[in-house]
Design a protein around this ligand. Structure first.
Ligand code: 4AD
Ligand code: MG
Length: 477
């Protein structure tokens, strides 16, 4: 294989008159003369100029949309205004042909729904390439942020015996064949004979183990795949998603909210600093999409404007009780426009969250101190005995991006809560021991990575910000 130069390097530091080899996919081929070539290293294409007298007709025919080429040529100043430099092709080798009749992806705009079914090709499109470059940048920024703030990256297990959220939405892990599982005398599946000697599942959260980390190393975070057999077929739920979960010892709910706000602002700032070309492209894409929409259907602000706005403003912090009061006094509530009831003790639904964020405050809102009945067992009970020290961060257009809490560090209270939730105590023996031996107040949260990417890229559907989405009824690819 010839030694290739990445297109980003050719464009950023062009060495004029030098001969280079570039490889990439054809984005366009105009007038049998100009190839726009892209190798993913940058959003920008490299223009390759072909003097058709020097090449066989049969070769030129193979230069099709998304065919893959290796081009050797001289870097020269461009005659055109669109780009500073281009390459005069000396030799072209086709690495991968495309039969345009058979190839499902076309140069004209195709719907995101259609491209979702061609997930193996969709990253070649400008929109998805931009999304996945930004996804990468955010993943990197997450590690950078925590590293700079002295958090340790803890790899928590993917297979676990505990249901951290107590919601029972788990995928079981077993080596038993469904119809041949050994049974106990009582007729239940005898998991003692299974691979791990007990029932296990794919993790719904690394939090419980992260707590053990924080109560040893002070500040830790997890960043890994998370699995939920939720039945919600929405634009913000996946069965397999990635979650970032920092956990801090010696911190309370307020520290937790401060950390959450600082962290997500850092991520947005990082994207704006390092992914501007891709963000501008996505911003324009949304403007184009919304051109023919009615004003009510359009987003209140453009993508970049929204990102800047979130960066520049403090998040609103209100208690759950205040949120319920505001909602019950809202226009849509009084006009019975909400589908779901608003009542103290019931969970806030997406429509309520969106009203708070998009109509009432028009900026991110942190809701804290939720009723204990609707939140997980591990959240710290407040002195009112009715609410827990929980917090959700709600974002415009998306709703909940973060869920977190101060943890219940008092052994007796925790034990009582575990009983209330009817969670088998023996599953959590080690978690309880963390409170019996050298415990400390501590807090943490989980950021849904894909929801964060949705916010930064403006993509409406969560299936379009993860390469190969897993949802109910779909594990293709
Ligand atoms: O609010 P959740 O369920 O909180 C936890 O799991 C805690 N253990 C986190 C912690 O305190 N360490 O989930 C956290 C976030 C949500 O706010 C949401 O952004 C995301 O994870 N999330 C999902 N994202 C995509 N698909 C799903 N099915 C999701 N479920 C939760
Ligand atoms: Mg939540």
């Amino acid at each position: 294989m010839k030694k290739r130069v990445e297109i980003a390097d050719v464009l950023l530091e062009p060495k004029l008159q030098e001969s280079v080899t570039v490889m990439g996919w054809v984005k366009a081929f105009r007038s049998n003369r100009f190839i726009a070539l892209n190798d993913g290293s940058t959003q920008n294409n490299l223009q390759v100029v072909v003097d058709f007298d020097n090449f066989d007709e049969s070769l030129l025919k193979r230069i099709q949309f998304h065919s893959c080429l290796s081009v050797t040529g001289t870097v020269v100043e461009s005659q055109g205004k669109e780009q500073a430099v281009e390459i005069m092709a000396e030799s072209i080798e086709v690495l991968g042909d495309v039969d345009p009749e058979a190839y499902p992806v076309k140069p004209a705009r195709q719907t995101l729904e259609f491209l979702r079914q061609k997930a193996h090709f969709r990253m070649r499109t400008n929109t998805f390439a931009a999304v996945f470059r930004i996804r990468h940048a955010l993943a990197f920024a997450i590690h950078k942020y925590f590293n700079e703030n002295r958090f340790y990256y803890l790899h928590t297990p993917i297979i676990t015996g505990s249901d951290a959220e107590g919601a029972g939405e788990m995928f079981h892990v077993t080596t038993f064949e469904p119809n041949e599982a050994p049974l106990t005398e009582e007729g239940a599946v005898d998991y003692k004979q299974d691979f791990f000697g007990g029932p296990t599942n794919l993790t719904v959260s690394g939090q419980l183990q992260a707590e053990a980390g924080a109560l040893s190393l002070g500040k830790v975070y997890t960043f890994g795949p998370t699995f939920r057999a939720e039945n919600s077929n929405t634009s913000r739920h996946l069965a397999e998603f990635w979650m970032i979960e920092p956990e801090i010892a010696f911190g309370d709910l307020e520290d937790d909210m401060d950390l959450a706000e600082d962290f997500v602002k850092y991520l947005i700032g990082y994207a704006m600093e390092h992914c501007m070309e891709d963000l501008e492209f996505l911003d324009k894409r949304i403007q184009n999409l919304e051109k023919n929409m009615k004003k009510e259907e359009r987003r209140p602000m453009g993508l970049l404007e929204t990102l800047r706005f979130v960066l520049d403003n403090d998040f609103e912090r209100i208690s759950y009780t205040e949120a319920v009061d505001l909602l019950r006094n809202s226009k849509p509530y009084k006009k019975k426009r909400f589908e779901f009831p608003v009542e103290w003790g019931l969970d806030l639904q997406a429509e309520h969250e969106r009203w708070l964020v998009e109509k009432k405050f028009q900026k991110p809102v942190v809701v804290y101190d939720y009723p204990k009945g609707i939140k997980a067992f591990y959240m710290r009970l407040n002195d009112d005995d009715k609410t827990v020290a929980a917090m959700d961060v709600l974002f415009p257009g998306i709703g909940e991006v973060i869920g977190g809490s101060q943890r219940e560090e008092r052994y007796d209270v925790l034990l009582e809560r575990i009983k209330e939730f009817e969670i088998p105590e023996e599953e959590l023996w080690w978690y309880l021991e963390l409170r019996q031996f050298g415990g400390a107040p501590h807090a943490g949260f989980g950021l849904g990575f894909e929801r964060m990417i949705q916010f930064v890229t403006g993509m409406k559907n969560i299936r379009d910000v993860i390469a190969f989405p897993r949802t109910r009824g779909n594990a293709d690819f």
